[in-house]
Design a protein around this ligand. Structure first.
Ligand code: FCB
Length: 467
C-alpha cells in the first residue's frame, strides 16, 4: 500500500448528517461476460422464464462496467459525501472461492479511484445478492461452507481496496437474500424451502461476523475500517389488537433475527417459536453467536415502507408475502394509499419510527443506507424528466431523519436509492427509482428534476453549516 495515500474515509462522526447515493453491482454493471466474471445466481435466476416481470436481466443493465467514470461525474455533480456501491463476488472469484480474477478487482480499483479523484467517499458493500453460481450449486446460503467462502472473498477485496475504502458493509438486506431467495422463491436462487430459509439467515449472519473479523484484523495495515451490515428493518404496525401477536412474529423474522444476535448474542424465545430451526445445535454451533455478537461497528437501515399486518379474513388466502415469513401464522397485509409506482405505501413517519426503535434495540451508530421511491417519471421533453413525487418523498423522508436526530438518535448518514434507473430485480426495468433517467436503447443518462433538487439540498445544507 502506497505511503502517499491518505487514510480512507471511515464512519461519519455524526456532527452533521452526511449524504450519499447507492447502487448495486448486478443492477447497474452489465458486462456479465467481461474480464472473466463468473456466473451469479441472478444470471441463472433471471434466465428462467417467469421470474422477472419483463423477462429481462442484468446482461447490459446501465453498462456501468464501462461507463463508471460518467457515473462518478454524476455522483460528484450532486455534491454528495458518499457513493455506496457493491462488489460482484463472481467478478473477483469466478468460482466463488479459490482462483482470484485480478481484472475484476481492477474494475473496482478504477471505480474507487474515480470517486476519490472527484472528492466522493466510497462505501463498499460486499454482498448485494450476486452469489457465485458454483457456491449455490454446492448448497448456497444453506451450506456452512458459504459463509466461510464469503470471509475469504472479503479478505481478497479488502486487501486490494482497503487502503482507500474505510466504510464497509458486509451484506445488503440479508432478509431478502434468505427469505425472498430460499422461502418465497421470488428472488435468486428462487428456492421455496420454507423454514430452511432460517438456516440461510444464520449463515448470512455468520458470514457477516467472520468477514467483519477478517477486515478488522487486516485493517491495521490499511488505515482501519468500520464494518457494518445493511438491514431492511421495518416498523411493524398492527391495525387492531387481533393482529398484535402476528406483528410480533413478523418482527421476529424481519427485525430481531438480525438485531438480537448482533446486540445480545442470542436468538430470543419468540423468534425460536417462529423459527425452531435456529435452535438446532447442528446449525447454530458453539461460538457462532459469540462471533456475531458485537460484530457490527454500525447498522445500516434501508427503509421504504411500513409493514401493516392483519389477520386473514375467513375463506381468503393469506397475503403472498406471507411466504417470505416462514413459521408465522398466516397473515394479510394492509397497504393504504398513497403508494409509489411499485405499490409501496408512502409513510415518512415509519422512517423516524424504525430509527428510534432500532436505536432502542442496539447501541450502534445508524446509517440510512437506502431510501427512495419508484415513480412514473414523466419525460416531458428531450432532457427533462419530471419526478416531483420523488422530490416530495425524499424531502419528507430526509425531514424524518432530522426528526430522529433532533430526538437524539445517533443517525449519521442518509443515502438515496438510487443514482440510476436500473434492473429492479424481479420487476426488471419496469420500476424506476433513479435520480438519473436511463434510455436503455442508447444508455443516455438524463438527470431528473429530483437530481437538481438533491444537489440544491446538498448545497443548502453545507452552506448553512458555514454561516
Ligand atoms: C432494496 C434493494 C435495492 C433496490 C431497492 C428498491 O430492497 O436493496 O437493491 O432494489 O430495494
Amino acid at each position: 500500500m502506497s505511503h502517499t495515500t491518505p487514510p480512507p474515509a471511515r464512519l461519519p462522526d455524526g456532527s452533521r448528517l452526511e449524504l450519499g447515493t447507492a447502487t448495486a453491482s448486478y443492477q447497474i454493471e452489465g458486462g456479465v461476460a467481461d474480464d472473466g466474471r463468473g456466473v451469479s445466481i441472478w444470471d441463472t435466476f433471471a434466465a428462467r422464464p417467469g421470474t422477472v416481470r419483463d423477462g429481462r436481466d442484468g446482461t447490459v443493465a446501465c453498462d456501468s462496467y464501462h461507463r463508471y467514470a460518467e457515473d462518478a461525474d454524476l455522483v460528484a455533480g450532486l455534491g454528495l459525501d458518499w457513493y455506496r456501491f457493491s462488489i460482484a463476488w463472481p467478478r473477483v472469484l469466478p468460482e466463488g472461492s479459490g482462483r482470484v480474477e485480478t481484472r475484476g478487482l481492477d474494475y473496482y480499483d478504477r471505480v474507487v479511484d474515480a470517486l476519490l479523484e472527484r472528492g466522493v467517499k466510497p462505501a463498499a458493500t460486499l454482498y448485494h445478492w450476486d452469489l457465485p453460481q458454483p457456491l449455490e450449486d454446492a448448497g448456497g446460503w444453506l451450506a456452512r461452507e458459504t459463509p466461510a467462502a464469503f470471509a475469504d472473498y472479503a479478505e481478497v477485496v479488502y486487501a486490494r481496496l482497503g487502503d482507500r475504502v474505510g466504510l464497509w458493509a458486509t451484506h445488503n438486506e440479508p432478509w431478502c437474500a434468505a427469505y425472498l431467495g430460499y422461502a418465497a422463491g421470488v428472488h435468486a436462487p428462487g428456492r421455496r424451502e420454507g423454514g430452511a430459509a432460517h438456516r440461510a439467515a444464520h449463515h448470512l449472519m455468520l458470514g457477516h461476523a467472520w468477514a467483519s473479523e477478517r477486515l478488522h484484523s487486516l485493517g491495521g495495515s490499511a488505515g482501519g475500517c468500520d464494518v457494518g451490515i445493511v438491514l431492511n428493518l421495518a416498523p411493524i404496525r398492527p391495525g387492531r389488537s387481533e393482529a398484535v401477536e402476528l406483528a410480533d412474529q413478523i418482527d421476529a423474522v424481519r427485525n430481531r433475527v438480525w438485531l438480537d444476535p448482533l446486540a445480545q448474542g442470542a436468538y430470543d424465545d419468540g423468534l425460536l417459536r417462529v423459527a425452531p430451526e435456529l435452535a438446532d445445535p447442528g446449525l447454530v454451533r458453539p461460538g457462532d453467536l459469540e462471533a456475531i455478537h458485537d460484530s457490527a461497528d454500525w447498522v445500516g437501515i434501508n427503509y421504504y415502507t411500513p409493514v401493516r399486518p392483519d389477520v386473514v379474513v375467513a375463506g381468503r388466502p393469506p397475503h403472498p408475502e406471507r411466504d417470505a415469513y416462514p413459521g408465522t401464522d398466516p397473515f394479510d397485509l394492509v397497504v393504504p394509499e398513497p403508494r409509489t409506482a411499485i405499490g409501496w405505501e408512502i409513510d415518512a413517519t415509519g422512517l423516524t419510527d424504525v430509527l428510534r426503535e432500532t436505536a432502542a434495540r442496539i447501541d450502534r451508530p445508524l446509517l440510512v443506507m437506502e431510501n427512495g421511491a419508484a415513480c412514473s417519471d414523466e419525460v416531458i421533453a428531450e432532457g427533462r424528466v419530471a419526478d416531483d413525487d420523488r422530490i416530495i418523498y425524499l424531502r419528507d423522508h430526509l425531514a424524518a431523519v432530522d426528526v430522529a436526530r433532533a430526538e437524539g438518535v445517533d443517525v449519521r448518514g442518509y443515502v438515496v436509492w438510487t443514482l440510476l434507473d436500473n434492473f429492479e430485480w424481479a420487476e426488471g426495468y419496469t420500476k424506476t427509482f433513479g435520480l438519473v433517467h436511463i434510455d436503455h436503447t442508447d444508455q443516455r443518462r438524463t438527470p431528473k428534476a429530483s437530481y437538481a433538487w438533491l444537489a440544491g439540498v446538498v448545497r443548502e445544507r453545507s452552506s448553512s453549516l458555514t454561516e
